[in-house]
Design a protein around this ligand. Sequence first.
Ligand SMILES: Nc1ncnc2c1ncn2[C@@H]1O[C@H](COP(=O)(O)OP(=O)(O)O)[C@@H](O)[C@H]1O
Ligand SMILES: [Mg+2]
Length: 393
Amino acid sequence: MTSSSESTAPFESVDEVVEALREQGYIADTRLATTVFLLTRLDKPLLLEGPAGVGKTELAKMLALATGRRLLRLQCYEGQDETKALYEWDYGKQLMYTQILREKIGQVVEDAPDLGAAVDRIGQNESVFFSERFLAPRPLLEAIRSEEPVVLLIDEVDRADEALEAVLLETLGEFQISIPEVGTFVATQRPYVLLTSNNTRDLAAALKRRCLHLFLDYPAAERELEIVRSKKTGLSDALAEELVNVVRGLRELELRKAPSISETIDWARTLAVLGVEELNAQILSDTVSVVVKYDKDVTKALEALPRLVDPNGEIEEHGHGHGHGHGHGHGHEDEPDGSAIRSAKDTAGRHGDGVYGTPAYAKGTEKDTAAKVRNVTAGQGSRSFGLGRKRAL
Ligand SMILES: Nc1ncnc2c1ncn2[C@@H]1O[C@H](COP(=O)(O)OP(=O)(O)O)[C@@H](O)[C@H]1O
Ligand SMILES: [Mg+2]
């Protein structure tokens, strides 16, 4: 048995990983790239955990492309039994052979004195029908048996039952599969194995122990923007940047299903198709169903969008004396210190401030605020953000 030796390692450095994935259209940060680098150097599977739509499955696909390996995918689901993961006997083929060979089989049992003896005779020839020829390999066996090195993706492993997890454990620990009737297959070319989990349940500690582990969260604003850009959505960079910030704001809302990267991309495409030249609460509200898919989430999102698209919209208006103060007058002063909470949450970076909006501004009625925001461009908004803070205090 050989393992992925130094000479066949596809990447010389973490930077090379970043570059190779980027060439395939996958934007990885250093933490992710480092883990991938280790995956290619240590004979360990990689377990990727994190919310849906953050690029777990995509990473396996892109790693396969970047390394020129074939991708084998085991999609896990509830009630899946191990035959769908390891191998099955090709019953149809076995049946076909017995039909064609009926005469021959007839000869084997011809002179058997009774039924018991005939069954014994057939039994003696059983191995003919339970041989590699009649084996239908499923992804795990295929990955182990493959002569060419492959990438094995075990997708959404948290959906599988624990019994299957145990089977995985065995396979991934030894990189071998035993078939009683045939023998043991040992990987000649170790696959790169990636397991993904959306965290719908805890995985067995034993499985985690055997794997490199990475929690893949929603990306930093810069990286998400880079991803959106790389998808050539047709939306201008400036609008894409604003949009990413709005989506990040939506993620703060504790929605049942927070918008993922794919939804940001879809939203950008949608807005581009509509020929949008300026983001405002109206257009975002009209298209919000692209990113939030549950009724209650939509309600929350619609409420929040006006302040997310431009946290300072009303400051500008205030300054210009448009007289809209009534919309949020009630309870405004009682709000917790929004800016303090925000600064505590914000991480450094050019998208830091303003991403989460200011709770105080959310008090305005939807219609009221939406109307106001439309008059103010986001550029103006961010320039006057300092003012906004003072106002909020
Ligand atoms: N780092 C990334 N670079 C490029 N595209 C990405 C990245 N992360 C996510 N995506 C996009 O998001 C989509 C959803 O990612 P996916 O891998 O299906 O998510 P999940 O984590 O649920 O498996 C992908 O099809 C891809 O278009
Ligand atoms: Mg996935």
